[in-house]
Design a protein around this ligand. Structure first.
Ligand code: 7RM
Length: 643
């Protein structure tokens, strides 16, 4: 098993630089959680301190942090830095879809813009507690809109800019948003007129709660404006007052809602509150990205996902970081775009998703090698298990073997990173998210809820107690919150993920537990089989699902994408089968292997196995909802080429 120690330079400069120090802080955080989280809360500027650090009862799905305290999230991300004399420092580097376009906003600039936007929202009737839906691409006004909502105590609900009008409509209706913020059209990769306002217009035909639409002019393409309802952002801010005092919010007042698709039924409105979320995102950003003043930090996620909320906006900005925001995609104008941006802005800390790494790795090493990546000192990943080939590529080709990789496990529901290496501490193993962050107490349980003690065990990943940024409820449906997360294993938070703990106590996420296939009584994790298939040198990516089999119960069906330029030969299938047999065993050998140009993925890169399961089982008449796919067109070719 390969493992990689942080080098001396990294260790010597890190906030936590030894395993002894980590153990000491971790033990303290577990023995005295209230003491630990009271101390970490000092990163935040409070208008009033709390009466009690935490209160919780998992049997009622009832959780609160910093009860009685008062703060404002926007004040913490912007005003206080200006008050402390850092107003001229850069807050946001925005990089447009085309490299000719980029912008820098200082904390002073941001304070000005946010106050104007906040007053514009107020003039449209938004009051403390109202919900504001934000449906935009990655432009600076998106960040400004989030902070403006936080400033006036409005609850934002960001809907990822590629969602359809129907998805937007149902999300607006679920939380009864009063105002919708959008833009004329959007640019992303080769798409240069994404019809944002037109989509919004379709959605609001059936959203009685929407009173006003605030429209940012991004491209200048003509859009229809309904004079009694629609207001241009630039006109609203031109007539807005320049000062807007931040609203005093309670620690447990909602900060935002973010919808996440459940395995069944309608999307869940994951609700996060203010105090605990700010403490946890700033603490994790500080220690895990080991952020030092002046460093350039780039998280490539979209703000439409939790990663963007927590690690582009709130965590970094609370820490007065320079945060990069990118409008485009990794392969436009070519596969060197990420690395061009790293070179251009001298990015020090880079945080991305395995799916992006696989897509880039597939195109070969020449793209990254064209650019100077010397500024990089720390790399991170999030979103799905990272497999060894892409981990090694990231480590050697991008990180030049000198950057620690933090493989961060967390969820929309957790609000912040939960299991992760610390850059100055952890000897990393490719594919393992390693150890819990401070204050996090994971446990593995079997399907009957028995605790699996010791090492070399595998089971369901649960949390024994809350952490400050755990979601507080499913908006409008507290019972669903309880049922989804606290009923399967009473008294514990169930993540829905399977996980093993190895001989060193390292955690390895094996994927969603609903991704388990039982073949002849053997529980097989899809992730494990996929990892094995990925060991074939021609394979770029694989997804496996089960389909019914008379004797074995289920058989395995693998969907496989080859690397660019690799051919399917008459031996490819047998070679893949042989590798799986050797790695895992004959029971895990895929019965069917279908080669495909692409896999059905959500826009955040998660494979929608439900669709693949239906194709594999020949249930092609009802594949279920495919509207949330990044590229719904792959489905047709998958169906036509099924075996
Ligand atoms: C942040 C985010 C959550 C699910 C989670 C896992 C999977 C995320 C990792 C990972 C293995 C990781 N939020 N996941 N990070 N699996 N290693 N480092 O992705 O709500 O969109 O997804 O993603 O299954 O439960 S999310």
């Amino acid at each position: 098993m390969k493992s990689f120690k942080p080098n001396k330079k990294i260790k010597d400069n890190a906030y936590v630089g030894s395993i002894e120090k980590y153990n000491e802080i971790y033990d303290y955080s577990i023995k005295n959680p209230e003491g630990f989280w009271a101390e970490q809360a000092e990163r935040i500027t409070w208008f009033k301190k709390w009466n009690k650090v935490w209160n919780w009862d998992f049997d009622k799905a009832d959780i609160s942090w910093y009860e009685g305290a008062e703060l404002n999230a926007c004040y913490n991300c912007v005003d206080r830095h200006v008050d402390n004399g850092y107003g001229n420092e850069i807050a946001l580097i925005w990089e447009g879809n085309d490299s000719s376009e980029s912008k820098k906003l200082s904390y002073n600039n941001l304070l000005t813009e946010v106050q104007l936007a906040a007053n514009s929202l107020k003039s449209l009737g938004v009051e403390k507690g109202d919900r504001v839906c934000i449906y935009m691409q990655m432009i600076p006004e998106l960040t400004i809109a989030l902070l403006a909502c936080a400033r006036i105590g409005a609850v934002h609900s960001v809907v990822f800019g590629a969602f359809s009008p129907d998805s937007l409509e149902s999300r607006i209706n679920d939380s009864e948003c009063k105002v919708l913020v959008t833009q004329d059209t959007g640019v992303r990769g080769t798409k240069n007129d994404i019809p944002m306002k037109a989509n919004a217009d379709k959605a609001v035909k059936n959203t009685p709660s929407i009173e006003k639409i605030l429209v940012v002019k991004r491209t200048g393409s003509p859009v229809e404006m309904e004079p009694s309802r629609d207001v241009w952002w630039h006109e609203a801010i031109a007539s807005a007052d320049s000062t807007c005092e931040p609203e005093i919010m309670n620690a447990e007042d909602p900060l935002f809602i973010l919808y996440t698709s459940g395995s069944t039924g309608k999307p869940k409105g994951v609700m996060h509150t203010t105090g605990g979320y700010m403490v946890y995102t700033s603490t994790t950003h500080h220690y895990i990205f080991d952020y030092k003043p002046g460093e350039i930090y780039w998280c490539t996620a979209d703000i439409g996902w939790i990663t963007g909320h927590s690690y582009i906006v709130y965590g970094p900005m609370a820490n007065r970081a320079v945060t990069v925001m990118f409008e485009g995609v990794p392969n436009y104008p070519d596969y060197g775009r990420f690395w061009e941006i790293v070179e251009k802005h001298k990015v020090n800390i880079f945080y991305t998703a395995p799916t992006a790494l696989r897509a880039l790795m597939k195109e070969g090493d020449d793209w990254p090698k064209k650019y100077n990546l010397e500024s990089l000192r720390l790399l991170g990943t999030v979103g799905e298990p990272i497999k060894e080939p892409e981990w090694m590529w990231y480590h050697s080709i991008i990180g030049n073997q000198k950057c620690p990789i933090v493989d961060t496990w967390w969820q929309t529901e957790t609000g912040g990173i939960m299991i992760t290496p610390l850059p100055g501490v952890t000897e990393t193993k490719p594919g393992s998210a390693t150890r819990p962050f401070f204050g996090v107490l994971p446990e593995l349980v079997d399907d009957d809820g028995n605790v699996l003690e010791g090492n070399n065990v595998e089971g369901n990943l649960v949390m024994q107690r809350p952490w400050p940024s755990i979601m507080r409820t499913v908006y409008g449906d507290h019972k669903r919150f309880f049922d989804t997360y606290f009923s399967r294993f009473p008294g514990k938070y169930f993540s829905g993920d399977g996980c093993k703990r190895d001989e060193n106590g390292y955690y390895w996420i094996t994927g969603r537990v609903d991704d388990v296939i039982i073949v002849s009584g053997h529980n097989l994790g899809t992730a494990e089989i996929e990892g094995s298939i990925g060991g074939h040198p021609d394979v770029a990516e694989a997804a496996v699902v089960g389909y019914p089999h008379d004797i074995k119960g289920n058989s395995i069906y693998a969907f496989v994408t080859l690397r660019t330029g690799r051919e399917i030969t008459e031996n490819t299938r047998t070679e893949i089968a042989k590798i799986v047999r050797a790695d895992i065993g004959p029971h895990a050998t895929p019965e069917k292997i279908q080669f495909t140009e692409g896999l059905p993925k959500t826009r955040s890169g998660k494979i929608m196995r439900r669709i693949l399961r239906n194709i594999a089982s020949d249930n092609i008449d009802d594949l279920g909802d495919i509207s949330t796919l990044a590229d719904p067109s792959v489905v047709e070719s998958l169906v036509n080429n099924r075996i």
